[in-house]
Structures are given as structure tokens and as C-alpha cells.
Design a binder for this molecule. Structure first.
Ligand code: BG6
Length: 491
């Protein structure tokens, strides 16, 4: 296997994503030697910038994000800038000339990655112009990387997809879901399929329910404009959460190829029981944060945030119950919840096993034993914990809970590549496994569309309904209580 040779063209090169994630990630690849000298990065944005200023921005971004960078100057010498209005066709011609020149300078063999790190309304136009002006006709590969949101609902996603498919085929399109680049999300499959002790139990005979919580402490920050039109359902559930559901529920793939893995994930999404508009209230709970205390600091309610309607109906919290109608999962609820301004920044998956057939032992205070739980810590801790029951020390027949812990980022946390770094490298290698296929995007929108439709057409009368710093509205607890379960808050 040889190191990637490629030119990465970043549209939106003066933006937040490029500066916070993309430049540092490409830098890490370079410093680790995963990228040698056969690469160049061309930043594209509207603002006129001199090459020196752009390279200085790149250096600043590296220095802000990487503790002790060793090769900043060499690295930034691979960067170029092209100021352009995305609608202006002549500007693509100039870009083409620049790319051709860099191709021979850096011997990148005509390989190109077009990374769209900007507002989605331009995705279609850019893709069309790239093809129309011949930027994708080279002797090497052309790949398109797109950030979310991929549409606003199924019809708009379809339209966007048709537009970019005019210029790029499905196997050239890399739709980013950065959760798929997280180490522990990638570990879900390994935990399941590399261990004889889990897979035989991984079904409705032994699992009672699965809970996914992705909570954030931050509020909407300066993204009010985007978030008002999105809300937590579109921002987190349609993509990241449903991707985790698919990985937890999929059948073992025949092989570890992109196609086989994707096809198993797609089957899960096809088996998701659709929620009828009349049932949304039974299966889903929405919330919006009010003011409250976080780390002893008073924070304002969502409705008081910048660019947010003071009567906003946008949800900043979602809890839901999903059912997967197939042989493996019939009858096992998957509970999900996510929200902003919650108690902690944490993503965890908890697999609750069914109770043993008969309880011979009790805990100290005559309480029933806890069920076995498998906790997959996605972030900030990375690892797994298995909750078991063991004998309490001493002359008794009582049990006590014990935890078997494996901490992933305790061992080589500092060297764990960040999600973007892994995904960019995958794209350079042509591995699309950890990107979302169009069918996954479409099925996810079909699932969430009726929910957003009901929520948009029926304003929430109880917003705000959870205080900042809490674990969400009381109805989210009830959702599980109604089924005889509870959200586990475990470490
Ligand atoms: C993004 C959402 O996709 O994921 C953000 O748009 C959210 O609103 C973020 O904050 C969460 O990502 P992470 O990696 O911090 O859990």
C-alpha cells in the first residue's frame, strides 16, 4: 500500500470547519507520515486573500489546535488559495488551471478530492460546475466530500442527491457523518463480532432494551440561524443517532467490505418501524431548554439565544423509542435521547440484558439484583464496562454489583486520531465504509419526516420544558417508565 497522492480542494476554506478540523487533521496525517510530499491543498472561498495570508491562517489553525507541531512551515507550503464566487464559471476554469499545474508540481496523478465545507445550498451548483468545466476529467480519481445537512427532509435530500449525481457517481460521493469516524463508534462492530460472549446474546431473547444517550452541555452558541431550521431531530437523530442504531442492530456482514457493511446497515434502517403521525406522541418526546445553572454559571434559555425566535418552537432535545421489526429485534425497544444544555457532555450506549429466570440472591438491603448492562462509552471516555453481580464479601449470600472496565483512551488516548483525521484519510484511500450511502440518508429521512412534520405543525405549548443543566424533560423519563424501564445513568 502506498501513501495517498492527491489534491484536496476545500470549498469554504475560510470557515470554521476548515480551520478547526480540516487543516489540523490533514496536518496530523502529514506529521505522522501518512501523507508524504505528493499532496497539495487548495482553499477556495469568496474572500480575496493573498497566498501569504491564507498560509498564515493555516499555520494559526495548526498552532491553535495541535500542542507541539513540528512541521508547520513545510506543511503550509503545500497550501494554495483560490478566491471564487461559486456561481462564476470562469472562476472554475482558473481553478482547473491551478489544479493542473499543482498536479505536475506535486505528482498527484490527477487525483482530486473536492471537500464542500460550506452551506448546503451551494452543493449542487459546485458539483455541476466542477464537472461542466472539466475539473473532474483527469487521469486520476475525483471524489466529492459533503458535510451535513444533506437536505432538510426526504424531498429536498432527493433533489440535492439528483443534482450532485449529475456530476459524481454514488461511489465518488463521501457523505460525512463524523460520528462514524469516532474510535468507539467504529469499535461497536468489533465488540460485537470479535467476541464469542456477546454475539450469541445479541438479540431479543437476551436483551431487554438498548439505550443511546448523546448529551451536550453547550447551548446553540452562534448557530441559532441554522439550528432554528433544524432542531435536535434533524441535527443529531437523522444522522448520528440512527447510524449508531444501525451499527448496534445490524447482522454480521459477510466480509468487512464497504458494500457488505453498508448493505447490513441499510437493512436495519429498512426494518425500523415507521412512526405514523398519529403515534408521534407515543414514541417521541421533544424538549427545549429554559435557563438554568451549568457548572455554577447561570445560562440563558434557548429562546433568548442569538438569532432565535423568542417564541421558538424548535426542539433542543429529543427522546424516542424505536422498534426494529425483524427476527433479531422484534419486541426490543431502542431508546434514544439527545439534547443541548444538558448535565454532561457524554455519548453512551447501554445494552440492558434480560433478567435471569429466577432470582436466588438479593442485594444487601433486600433489593433485587441489577440487570447486567454492557456500557459502550463513546465520549469523552472511550471504553466498555460490563456490569455484573458478584458475591458480597463475608458470610452471606448477598450480591453486590461489580464492574469490568476497559478504557480505550487511557492507554493511548493522545495518539487516538480524531474523527476527521480518520475520515479524510479513508477518503484519500478510497474507503467509503465510514461514510453514509444515499440509501441510508434516504431511509433516515423517511423515518424522521413524519415526526418533524407533526412537531412543526403542532406548536409545543409547554416549551421551555427542561432547565439547562438537567437530563431533559420529565416526559422523557415517562417514555421508559411506561415500559417498565428507566434511563440508566451509569459510569
Ligand atoms: C454536529 C451537530 O453534527 O454534532 C452539532 O451539528 C453537535 O449540533 C455535534 O454539537 C456533536 O458532535 P460531537 O462530536 O461533539 O458529539
Amino acid at each position: 500500500y502506498t501513501t495517498p497522492k492527491t489534491i484536496v480542494v476545500i470549498f469554504g476554506a475560510t470557515g470554521d470547519l476548515a480551520n478547526r478540523k480540516l487543516f489540523p487533521s490533514i496536518y496530523n496525517l502529514y506529521e505522522k507520515g501518512e501523507l508524504k510530499d505528493e499532496f497539495a491543498v487548495v482553499g477556495v472561498a469568496r474572500r480575496p486573500l493573498t497566498l501569504d495570508v491564507f498560509r498564515q491562517n493555516v499555520k494559526d489553525s495548526i498552532e491553535e489546535n495541535i500542542p507541539v507541531p513540528q512541521k508547520v512551515d513545510e506543511f503550509s507550503s503545500h497550501f494554495y488559495y483560490h478566491s471564487s464566487n461559486v456561481n462564476d464559471r470562469t472562476s472554475y476554469k482558473e481553478l482547473k488551471d491551478l489544479l493542473d499545474e499543482l498536479d505536475s508540481k506535486y505528482q498527484t496523478e490527477g487525483n482530486r478530492i473536492f471537500y464542500l465545507a460550506m452551506a448546503p445550498e451551494f452543493f449542487g451548483t459546485i458539483a455541476e460546475n466542477l464537472k461542466g468545466e472539466g475539473l473532474t476529467s483527469t487521469s486520476g480519481y475525483s471524489r466529492l466530500v459533503i458535510e451535513k445537512p444533506f437536505g432538510h427532509n426526504l424531498p429536498s435530500a432527493q433533489q440535492l442527491n439528483e443534482q450532485i449525481r449529475q456530476a459524481f457517481s454514488e461511489d465518488q460521493i463521501y457523505r460525512i457523518d463524523h460520528y462514524l469516524g469516532k474510535e468507539m463508534v467504529q469499535n461497536i462492530e468489533v465488540i460485537r463480532f470479535a467476541n464469542a460472549i456477546f454475539e450469541p446474546l445479541w438479540n431479543n431473547r437476551y436483551i431487554s432494551n438498548i439505550q443511546i444517550t448523546s448529551s451536550e452541555v453547550l447551548g446553540v452558541e452562534d448557530r441559532g440561524g441554522y439550528y432554528e431550521n433544524s432542531g435536535a431531530l434533524r441535527d443529531m437523530v437523522q444522522n448520528h443517532i440512527l447510524q449508531m442504531v444501525a451499527l448496534l442492530a445490524m447482522e454480521p456482514p459477510i466480509k468487512l467490505t464497504t458494500e457488505e457493511i453498508r448493505s447490513e446497515k441499510i437493512k436495519v434502517l429498512r426494518a425500523l418501524r415507521p412512526i405514523d403521525e398519529s403515534e408521534v406522541h407515543d414514541y417521541f418526546v421533544r424538549g427545549q431548554y429554559g435557563d438554568g445553572q451549568i457548572n455554577n454559571k447561570q445560562v440563558p434559555s434557548y429562546r433568548k439565544e442569538q438569532n432565535v425566535d423568542p417564541k421558538s418552537n424548535t426542539e433542543t432535545f429529543v427522546a424516542g423509542k424505536l422498534l426494529i421489526d425483524n427476527f433479531r429485534w422484534a419486541g426490543v425497544p431502542f431508546y434514544i435521547r439527545t439534547g443541548k444544555r444538558m448535565k454532561a457532555k457524554s455519548t453512551k450506549i447501554i445494552v440492558q440484558f434480560k433478567d435471569i429466570p429466577m432470582n436466588l440472591y438479593m442485594k444487601k438491603d433486600n433489593q433485587l439484583q441489577n440487570p447486567n448492562l454492557l456500557v459502550i462509552h463513546i465520549q469523552p471516555d472511550e471504553g466498555i464496562t460490563l456490569h455484573l453481580n458478584a458475591k458480597r464479601v463475608g458470610q452471606n449470600t448477598q450480591t453486590t454489583p461489580v464492574h469490568l472496565d476497559y478504557c480505550n483512551n487511557c492507554i493511548d488516548g493522545i495518539n487516538t486520531p480524531a474523527a476527521y483525521e480518520k475520515l479524510i484519510y479513508d477518503c484519500m484511500k478510497g474507503d467509503a465504509t465510514n461514510f453514509t450511502h444515499w440509501d441510508e440518508v434516504a431511509l433516515s429521512w423517511s423515518f424522521v419526516d413524519p415526526i418533524s412534520h407533526v412537531w412543526e405543525s403542532q406548536a409545543a405549548t409547554n416549551f421551555p420544558n427542561y432547565s439547562a443543566g438537567s437530563m431533559g424533560p420529565a416526559d422523557s423519563e415517562k417514555l421508559l417508565e411506561n415500559d417498565g424501564f428507566q434511563w440508566w445513568s451509569v459510569s
